[in-house]
Each structure stands twice: as structure tokens, then as C-alpha cells.
Design a protein around this ligand. Structure first.
Ligand SMILES: C[S@@+](CC[C@H](N)C(=O)[O-])C[C@H]1O[C@@H](n2cnc3c(N)ncnc32)[C@H](O)[C@@H]1O
Length: 394
């Protein structure tokens, strides 16, 4: 029997949601997700935000964090932390075999940075017809054919095409998700994957597994209909990641990080690089992750109050937290607690009641304006009872 105070069940308006199994008093902690499955800290904040607990250096009176993992040379990759404990926790999280280190992780991120150095050099002007599609062109069949064509064209040599900062951050998010997928396959006994406990914080879960992430509703078609240019962008990111992995495979014989094989190569890197290459040989996994990005991820915000104007530092996929649907009169609130995200009851919740957060500013009194925001930014038409009530009484 599940330890959660709610069940995940189909909703009358499609997809699934969380329904209270018992009476939940106001203020009770309902769920604590200890960490996300995939994360990205915006590149411009990489030195200011701890990669483990997301602490923002400015809030501690510092310009940046000084504890770093990775070499100092240009294009070597790197990641910053607020403390040695956070650095150790990061290594533990990515270590395939305890004590072997995460040299392979540095190599992959270094390769990413080297691709950035090549970007924009010797670019031959090309016209991508996908850039000009309109909502009328977008059908499930068209999207399918476009992805198929992308996976059938092999990764060329070198990468010079420019990607926007947002695209690069999305590529880092997707890469992090794929890395977790292949780590999970390489070591299915990874101890932190399925942790579930009930303690003072209520029902607590770990990041979950790829299969859990894939259970979430995807909104590929809905999003591309609203923003047709995202199809070209997603295909570009897929091609970029294939290039990245191809470049790893050709460098493997000169690597010395991680544990050495008799040939002097890095075993964990080869294992991960080969698995990444295989996972990107079709578009399935990268596409599925992108299809669940918008609509399921949570922004990582600094801790400043709303009046002070808080800043978004990145975004993260907290799988278990993503089962909560939106309601314009929510009964749950969420708070970030370091790397974790916690959900609490905003009021008493009755058995059988759906448990929802708000994805937007629910104080907006105009239901049409709220619907517009949800359709434009979240790609769905709101079916909550407040909207239904307000819209039918107009
Ligand atoms: C974070 S997920 C919530 C879990 C999702 N229902 C599932 O089964 O995976 C967000 C998606 O749920 C659906 N959704 C959430 N709140 C909704 C609402 N108030 N009305 C209609 N659909 C909603 C939309 O499809 C949205 O893209």
C-alpha cells in the first residue's frame, strides 16, 4: 500500500491527478521530493548558484561560490558549490560506482563547452523550412515525420550552428535527464532512486525513475500548435546532442579520468558515452523529455520575497510533484527547501478531494485572463471548478 496521503487517479478532464485518501488538516506537509530527476541552472548563474542545494551566493553576501568541481582550463566544464558537503553530495549523486569519482561527467560537460567555442564560426547560411511553419501545418503526423527525418540524418562533422542561450540551457536540461536515464540503466540498484519514507516532513520521495517521468502527460502537440517554431528548435537540440555524443566517442582513447582499463581508457565514460550514443540513436528519449519539459517542470527561484522581486535561476523536473494539477483556487502550496520541494495543505482537505497547486497568479479576478495565460504558457484549457463557475455565470 502506498505511503502517500493521496492516490494518483484519472481526472474527469483527462490525464491523472492526486486525490486525498483521508482528511488532511490545513498546514500539513503532504509531499517532500528530495531532488529533481533533471535540472538546469541557467548558464549565466552557474558560479552563483550551488549545483546541489541551489543556494544563491548573493543571498550570503558573496559574488560567487568558490568551491568548484572540474579543471580550470577554458572549455573544461565545471560546476560550483556553496560547501564541501554539497560538492560531496553532487559527486555521490552522479557516481556510477562508489569511490570512482565522476571524471566522466566532467568530460561530457567539457565536450559541451568545447562545442560552444566552435559555435558561430564558419557558419554557412542555410534556410531551415521548419522555421516558417504555422499552426495550420502542425498535426501529429507532421511532427512524427519531422522527427523521423531528423533521426535518419546522421550527425555530421563539427558543429558551428548557433544556438540561443535558452536553447543551450534546454540542451543542458535534456542532457542531465538522459544522463540520469543511462545511469539508472547502468546501475539499476542505485540506492537513492526509489527512496520513500514518512517522517516529520510527511511523505518523502527521491527523484524517481525515468519510467515515472514518462508517466506524466506530454504536451508536444498542444505546445507546437501554440508556438510552431519550437519544433525546429527541438530538432536542432536533438541534432546538437547527437553531435556532442559523437565527439565523446572519438575522444575516448585519449581519456584518463575515472578508473583506467588495461588500455588506459576511462571505463565509466565509455560506458556512459556509449549508452548516451545509443539512447540518442533514435529521437524517442530526447523527444519525450522535451515533450514533458514545459507543463511539468518547476522554476528554481531565489529565496527573495515576491515584493522584493525574486529571480528564476533555472528549472527542474520533480517527477512526484508534477502529479498535482492546476486549480485557480488551490488547496496546496509549494516551497523550495534547498534542493527539495515541499507541498503543504493551504486549507483542510476532505477525503476524495483533488489536491492542486496554482501554476499562475490565481488572484487574477478575470477567468478569461487566467484562461488566456494557461493556454498561452501552459498549453491547456483550465477545467477547474472556479473557472467553470465563473464562466457559466457570466
Ligand atoms: C504538471 S501536469 C499535471 C499532471 C497531469 N495531469 C498528468 O496526468 O501527468 C500538467 C498537465 O496536466 C493537465 N492539467 C493540469 N491542470 C489542469 C486543469 N486545471 N485543467 C485541465 N488540464 C489540466 C494539463 O494537460 C497540463 O499540461
Amino acid at each position: 500500500m502506498s505511503l502517500a496521503p493521496y492516490d494518483i487517479l484519472p481526472t474527469p478532464y483527462g490525464g491523472r491527478g492526486a486525490f486525498a485518501r483521508r482528511f488532511i488538516p490545513k498546514g500539513s506537509p503532504v509531499l517532500l521530493c528530495s531532488g529533481p530527476y533533471a535540472t538546469v541552472i541557467f548558464w549565466k548563474f552557474r558560479r552563483e548558484v550551488c549545483a546541489t542545494c541551489f543556494a544563491y551566493a548573493f543571498e550570503s553576501g558573496k559574488r560567487k561560490w568558490s568551491i568548484k568541481l572540474g579543471e580550470n582550463s577554458r572549455g573544461a566544464g565545471g560546476v560550483w558549490f556553496c560547501s564541501e558537503e554539497c560538492k560531496d553530495a553532487f559527486v555521490q549523486d552522479y557516481e556510477l560506482v562508489a569511490g570512482q569519482g565522476i571524471g566522466w561527467w566532467g568530460e561530457i560537460n567539457g565536450a559541451f563547452e568545447r562545442m560552444l567555442l566552435q559555435m558561430g564560426k564558419d557558419v554557412k547560411p542555410t534556410v531551415d523550412p521548419l522555421e516558417d511553419i504555422t499552426a495550420a501545418d502542425v498535426t501529429a503526423e507532421f511532427i512524427e515525420k519531422t522527427w523521423l527525418a531528423a533521426e535518419q540524418s546522421p550527425p555530421g562533422r563539427g558543429w558551428t550552428e548557433e544556438l540561443s542561450e535558452y536553447e543551450l540551457d534546454t540542451a543542458r536540461f535534456v542532457l542531465d535527464g538522459l544522463v540520469h536515464k543511462v545511469m539508472e540503466e547502468a546501475n539499476p540498484a542505485f540506492p537513492s532512486l526509489d527512496r520513500v519514507v514518512v517522517g516529520a516532513e510527511g511523505y518523502c520521495v527521491s527523484a524517481g525513475r525515468w519510467a515515472d517521468l514518462m508517466e506524466l502527460q506530454d504536451n508536444e502537440l498542444a505546445m507546437i500548435k501554440v508556438k510552431p517554431y519550437t519544433l525546429a528548435s527541438r530538432i536542432r537540440l536533438y541534432r546538437f546532442l547527437r553531435h556532442l555524443v559523437a565527439s565523446l566517442a572519438t575522444r575516448k582513447n585519449v581519456m584518463r579520468s575515472g578508473s583506467a582499463t588495461p588500455e588506459g581508457t576511462s571505463m565509466p565514460l565509455i560506458r556512459i558515452a556509449d549508452r548516451l550514443k545509443s539512447v540518442l540513436s533514435t529521437s524517442l528519449a530526447a523527444r519525450a523529455l522535451m515533450a514533458r519539459d514545459h507543463g511539468n517542470v518547476f522554476g528554481i527561484w531565489d529565496m527573495a520575497s515576491e515584493e522584493e522581486g525574486s529571480e528564476m535561476l533555472g528549472w527542474a523536473a520533480y517527477v512526484s510533484g508534477s502529479y498535482f494539477n492546476h486549480d485557480c483556487s488551490p488547496n496546496l502550496k509549494k516551497d523550495r527547501v534547498g534542493r527539495a520541494i515541499q507541498f503543504r495543505a493551504l486549507r483542510d482537505i476532505l477525503p476524495g478531494e483533488e489536491m492542486c497547486i496554482s501554476y499562475i497568479d490565481e488572484d487574477c479576478p478575470d477567468p478569461k485572463e487566467r484562461s488566456r495565460q494557461l493556454e498561452q504558457d501552459w498549453f491547456f484549457a483550465c477545467c477547474c471548478s472556479k473557472c467553470k463557475r465563473q464562466l457559466t455565470h457570466e
